[in-house]
Design a protein around this ligand. Structure first.
Ligand code: DO4
Ligand code: MG
Length: 305
């Protein structure tokens, strides 16, 4: 039996040597990075000498243990809580990639939108295939953060947000965190021809990430809920929810495919697909507020502008 010593961190009992299952939230702010744990807020970069850069921090395979060590013995501070008023987009130099047709609802909507263009059974086939659909989504300059303005394309007549769980993956291919992603999409362009997918998906301010990175030592439970609400003029125009249980693919297998013969020296974010698609009569308009919530992570709010 290994010897374990009981200790106390800020009033919370822990056992030395035991696997600690603490879940933390990591925020990027103008004042440095903030770690939230158990309703306490820490600014380790500020309190312990010059902090490491966001990019360095968010590529560490040992991110969970590293942050735990940084907050150990502390009580948090008001300054750290205050710093959350100036949140920044939680991305460094990572590329953003995305998976598609990972939920039945997405498969159904794509088949419908590409029908008149003779979309064939590609979506049907990819939903059932062993190899997932993976596509390039954004470079950091195309990504906005919490409360930022996402865009609809000037040449799109039918646009929607796609609320997705986003994985933060290290250069070595380890999932080190989770955040909320909005895969803004033009359904008119994609529906015209599936070969137009890169234009439907990649443009300025086509993606939002945030509000924080959830750093958890274990995968998220399948009961994790993803919800979307779109507000127009203060009125709820559309609202729906799904859970990770409806996702056809395992996040680990999506990452495994993404990293096949493909390297990510700066790590990457991988959006895991949408399970929520508004009705065909709905298209986004300037001024719409998009609220995406994921259990345990928080709410990402953006306006179309
Ligand atoms: O097949 C096109 C894109 C699918 C997608 O973005 C999704 O299912 O979330
Ligand atoms: Mg998507």
């Amino acid at each position: 039996m290994p010897r374990r010593r009981a200790g106390c961190i800020s009033g919370r009992i822990f056992v030395q040597g035991a696997v600690r299952k603490l879940i933390m939230k990591l925020y990027r702010t103008i004042s440095g990075y903030v770690v939230e744990e158990h309703d306490r807020f820490y600014l380790p970069g500020k309190d312990r000498g010059p902090g490491e850069s966001w990019q360095l921090l968010t590529t560490r395979d040992d991110l969970h243990g590293h942050l735990l060590r940084q907050i150990q013995g502390g009580n948090g501070s008001e300054a750290a809580r205050h710093a959350l008023q100036d949140l920044q987009v939680p991305i460094g130099n990572q590329e953003v990639w995305a998976a598609g047709v990972t939920y039945y609802r997405s498969r159904e909507a794509r088949i419908q939108e590409s029908k008149s263009a003779g979309g064939g059974n590609f979506y049907d086939r990819v939903y059932d295939a062993e190899r997932p659909e993976l596509f390039f989504k954004a470079t950091p300059h195309r990504v906005v953060g919490p409360n930022g303005k996402v865009a609809i394309r000037d040449d799109s007549s039918w646009s929607v947000p796609e609320p997705e769980l986003a994985l933060l993956v290290s250069p070595k291919g380890k999932i080190i965190g989770y955040t909320i992603g909005n895969d803004m999409s033009s359904r008119s362009i994609e529906g015209e021809n599936p070969l137009y997918l890169p234009q439907a998906k990649v443009y300025d301010r086509c993606c939002a990430l945030g509000p924080c990175i959830l750093v958890a030592p274990e995968p998220l439970p399948s009961s994790t809920e993803i919800s979307l609400e779109i507000m127009r003029g203060g009125i709820s125009e559309f609202a729906a929810a799904t859970t990770l249980a409806s996702m056809k693919r395992d996040p680990l297998s999506l990452v495994e495919y993404l990293y096949r013969s493909n390297s990510f020296p700066s790590g990457c974010f991988l959006l895991t697909g949408t399970g929520i698609v508004p009705p065909d009569s709905f298209t986004l308009a300037p001024g719409d507020e998009i609220r995406i919530a994921i259990t345990g992570i928080g709410t990402l709010i953006n306006t179309v502008g």
